[in-house]
Design a protein around this ligand. Structure first.
Ligand SMILES: CC(C)(COP(=O)(O)OP(=O)(O)OC[C@H]1O[C@@H](n2cnc3c(N)ncnc32)[C@H](O)[C@@H]1OP(=O)(O)O)[C@@H](O)C(=O)NCCC(=O)NCCS
Length: 169
């Protein structure tokens, strides 16, 4: 018989690409992030699109999962690539990063960001970029500790589906 595990042993985590069989765990974490950001969670149709766009025949997003040694999903990140014409290099764009509240302050997000940086390096990216809500001081502190800078001189613009419909007529 093996030695019993000490209950106080700190959890260990690994980060890996999510696969189709992780869809339920992934969608559960997306819902938890929407709740945290006080936004509407994806409805049934949006959940189907997320599944397709992550795991379908033509993926539009990459998904990383962090899990415990028992296979419990603790965090996820969605990323994809944009492009900087001036650098003439791809940019790794981080769309979502979320650590389940039960697993916070255990360096899980740190592990995920390190993996993302390794991917950015492997893909020859000149930058990694993302946006943070103005009230989310915890995430801002986390990112600044990694050496990321808040860009004060750029404004984010958005055309919603109504704007797209109008402009495309
Ligand atoms: C922000 C978030 C991703 C951090 O994840 P985490 O796994 O808890 O972070 P880590 O344990 O890797 O943190 C590493 C260090 O970053 C800093 N940090 C992390 N969270 C922090 C917080 N809420 N406030 C201040 N500093 C923080 C600390 O220096 C921490 O080291 P310490 O615990 O030894 O003090 C997580 O709190 C989260 O998912 N929040 C909700 C969703 C969110 O805000 N996502 C980002 C949207 S842009």
């Amino acid at each position: 018989m093996g030695r019993p595990q000490l209950s106080r042993k700190p959890a260990t985590y690994r980060v890996r690409d999510a696969r189709a069989k992780d869809a339920a765990a992934f969608l559960g974490l997306v819902e938890a992030l929407a709740d945290f950001e006080k936004l509407d969670p994806p409805d049934a149709a949006a959940r189907r699109r997320l599944r397709r766009d992550a795991f379908g025949v033509r993926p539009r997003i990459h998904v990383l999962l962090a899990e415990t040694s028992r296979g419990e999903a603790a965090a996820y990140a969605i990323y994809f690539f944009t492009y900087s014409s001036f650098l003439a290099k791809p940019t790794l764009y981080l769309e979502d990063l979320f650590v389940h509240p039960d697993h916070r302050r255990r360096r899980v997000a740190d592990l995920v960001m390190r993996r993302l940086a390794a991917i950015a390096k492997r893909e020859g990216c000149g930058r990694m970029e993302w946006v943070v809500l103005d009230w989310n001081k915890g995430a801002q502190a986390f990112y600044e500790r990694l050496g990321a800078r808040h860009l004060h001189d750029w404004f984010t613009y958005r055309l919603d589906h109504r704007g797209i419909a109008r402009l495309s007529k």
